[in-house]
Ligand binder design. Structure first.
Ligand code: NDP
Length: 333
């Protein structure tokens, strides 16, 4: 099997030198084991945090060991009673073309439910993050204004569309004019702001949100958020989902004090990790599947071909190269 290991811990923006490729022999299956062939591998912003040697809600990757993450794989050999050859499974697995597994931590996938890649996106972690964060923390109500940062990504595209379904005015922030046009023309966002080319973000936000901001779904953080906070309405909810603008910072980020705003406007600001809502994944997944099937929810993927391009696809997340969910296709089923 080919493998990709963490070669070194990045300082600031990671690059290809932080990854190392090697090959390893996989020999004979023991009783209870199965051999998996990777089909789709997910690259996600949170992985950047795991490249650091700091404690977080997931432990750091180890140097000289494979990177791990969400993978959809096919069972190609099987000595485990729970599975059979040809089954499709998903799990948090090592970046390898073939993987030896004892079956622990694997989830079966119904290949007829949706395209296999969807289980790493709209029907997987990013979709559930959007659903749970927006509906259980943001609680958007008809007529309210919802601002979403990182709007053209895996989580943001879903957040904006659900908010539209709830009858909200939706304003998305993204890094290119093409992405802004996509949000407005394809996904039905009311307004979009290109944060890279807009010189006065606060003015642009005021124009896009004439009635202020009731829900801020934050995927990005940093100075953009500082501008949003000045427009919060009474009882606004701030869903702190991601802070990608800060993931490569080498110094401790600082900003204006937000507490006086939260206090005087009676706002709720809440961070969350999607697994906090694990007991509600069933209802969330059921609804997401039905929205995708009925076309109520558009879904976009950026699929890079080839295992060797995994590091490049991962690094692209921090350059805004993806629209929708970024995945790497490794093999056909
Ligand atoms: P995306 O698909 O949104 O990909 C990342 C996007 O972030 C890029 O396309 C880029 O778009 C934007 N971006 C990158 N660097 C910056 C920057 N410096 N400033 C502003 N924007 C930037 O990723 P996901 O949808 O998977 O994740 C979105 C966020 O949600 C991340 O912060 C992630 O960590 C978080 N998350 C949190 C979870 C939780 O449990 N709390 C679970 C899943 C994700 P652009 O062109 O617009 O710059």
């Amino acid at each position: 099997t080919k493998r990709i290991l963490l070669n070194s811990r990045p300082q600031g923006m990671p690059d290809e030198s932080n990854f190392e490729f090697d090959e390893q022999e996989i020999s004979g299956l023991e009783e209870g084991q199965l051999l998996l062939k990777s089909l789709y591998i997910s690259v996600d912003p949170y992985m950047r945090g795991r490249m650091n040697d700091t404690r977080s809600y997931v432990p750091p990757y180890k140097v000289n060991e494979p990177i791990t993450g969400g993978i959809v794989a096919e069972v190609v050999e099987c000595r485990n009673k729970k599975y059979k050859k040809g089954d499709v499974v998903m799990g948090n697995l090592p970046w390898q073309t073939f993987i030896l597994s004892d079956g622990n931590g694997l989830t079966s996938i119904d290949p007829d439910l949706a395209p296999l890649s969807y289980h790493l996106g709209i029907l997987g972690m990013p979709g559930l993050t959007a659903y749970c964060g927006l509906l259980f923390i943001g609680e958007p109500k008809e007529g309210e204004t919802v601002v979403v940062s990182g709007a053209a990504g895996a989580v943001g595209t879903v957040v904006g569309q659900i908010a539209k379904q709830k009858g909200c005015r939706v304003v998305g922030i993204a890094g290119t004019d093409e992405k802004v046009a996509y949000l407005k023309n394809e996904l039905g966002f009311d307004e979009g702001i290109n944060y890279k080319t807009t010189s006065n973000i606060k003015e642009a936000l005021e124009k896009a949100c004439p009635d202020g901001v009731d829900v801020y779904f934050d995927n990005v953080g940093g100075s953009f958020s500082d501008a949003v906070y000045t427009l919060l309405n009474k009882y606004a909810r701030i869903v702190v989902c991601g802070q990608i603008a800060l993931y490569n910072s080498t110094s401790r980020p600082t900003g204006p004090r937000v507490e006086p705003i939260l206090l005087t406007k009676s706002c709720l600001m809440k961070g969350f990790i999607v697994s906090d809502y694990a007991d509600r994944f069933g209802e969330a997944a059921k609804e997401l599947v039905s929205w995708v099937k009925t076309g109520k929810l558009q879904y976009e993927e950026s699929i890079t071909d080839g295992f060797d391009n995994l590091p490049e696809a991962f690094l692209g997340l921090f350059k805004g190269e993806n629209t929708g969910k970024q995945l790497v296709k490794v093999a056909d089923r």
